[in-house]
Design a protein around this ligand. Structure first.
Ligand SMILES: [Zn+2]
Ligand SMILES: [Zn+2]
Length: 338
């Protein structure tokens, strides 16, 4: 099969030909129909995955073949599915409750085992979610990032009367905006320095849009929400200093949800959290219910998910496009269609 792998010259990727993967016990072989490129893939490529790995964890595909002991009544070749990119032991308490990411044997598909930047990949059958025909091809690969966002919104315990600020309008910030809007929140502020992303945020329902590169955002935030500030702030950038800023912006007894991936030390001012009695929560990955809720919402056309996608690429185009992501931070979701 054709595939894109991480080269020895990391974080660069290259197209190559590999043997077709063979599904192991409890796994299926998928023909990949779509795989989103994720901001976290940049971290995976630069320091987390070994050279030679096939990246890509936002996987949708068609079942090609069942491995040993997969329930043949439940899963049929030809079924279109989204795959949660989890591989755990399958029987510990964390795996049983659907959070294999906390399993001692956890391997993330697309980082610790081959993922979706290929024509074919293998995934665990118990991490598959069948997709109804109502979900168009371009949206099938968006189930994963939308499920990330749905989990973050769930962590915020959001109610329609909340007022929300979202720092960062990359695909996860945008997906959070779509969910927040879907849940009935009307006052949604999004801040991002990139023009295309600010534009997408407006289309996905943001009521106030700020450019943090034009100066401090505090005046704009307080103009939008009054001096109290928003009741919930989502930190979706992973940039140092932004958890502190989120805590500064949030109303007394408000909630901060940290979704951005920051891989370095960062400083907060604990007294801000103490003084306001803030809840600062972290959100990573998703439960099974976040996948099923996302699929239901897409089936009902309740989320403008396709509006997040600004580009599709094929396998040949992927390495060059991926390299440009390191410097070009403006744009929406890019989906690989092998
Ligand atoms: Zn992702
Ligand atoms: Zn386990």
């Amino acid at each position: 099969m054709r595939a894109v792998i991480l080269t020895d010259d990391r974080p660069n990727l290259a197209v190559t030909t590999l043997d077709d993967p063979v599904p192991g016990v409890g796994e299926v072989l998928l023909r990949v129909t779509g795989c989103g490129i994720c901001g976290s893939d940049l971290h995976v490529a630069s320091q987390m995955a070994p050279p030679g790995m096939v990246l890509g964890h936002e996987i949708a595909g068609t079942i090609e073949e069942l491995g040993p002991s997969v329930d043949a009544d439940r899963w049929k070749p030809g079924t279109v599915v989204a795959a949660r990119p989890f591989a755990g032991c399958g029987h510990c308490a964390q795996c049983v409750r659907g959070r294999a990411d906390h399993c001692m044997e956890f391997a993330l598909v697309g980082m610790a085992r081959p993922g979706g930047f290929a024509e074919l990949t293998t995934v665990r059958a118990d991490e598959l979610f069948a997709l109804p025909a109502s979900i168009p091809a371009i949206e099938q690969a968006l189930v994963e990032p939308l499920a990330i966002a749905r989990r973050a919104v769930r962590r915020a315990a959001l109610v329609p009367t909340d007022t929300v600020a979202i720092l960062g309008a990359g695909p996860i910030g945008l997906a959070i905006a779509a969910w927040v809007r879907h849940l009935g929140v009307e006052r949604i502020l999004v801040s991002d320095p990139a023009p295309i992303r600010r534009d997408l945020a407006g289309r996905l329902g943001a009521s106030t849009i700020l450019d943090p590169s034009a100066g401090p955002i505090e005046p704009g935030v307080f103009e939008a929400f009054g001096w109290d500030g928003p009741t919930v702030v989502f930190e979706c950038t992973g940039r140092p200093g932004l958890i502190r800023q989120a805590m500064d912006l949030t109303v007394v007894e408000g909630r901060v949800v940290v979704v951005g991936v920051c891989l370095q030390d960062d400083v907060t001012f604990p007294y801000t959290g103490l003084n306001k009695e803030l809840d600062v929560r972290y959100s990573l990955y998703y439960g099974r219910e976040d996948y099923t809720a996302t699929i239901d919402a897409l089936d009902a056309h309740a989320l403008d998910a396709a509006g997040m996608v600004t580009e599709t690429v094929d396998l040949e185009q992927l390495p060059e496009r991926f390299a440009r992501l390191r410097t070009d931070t403006d744009g929406g979701k890019i989906v690989l269609q092998p």
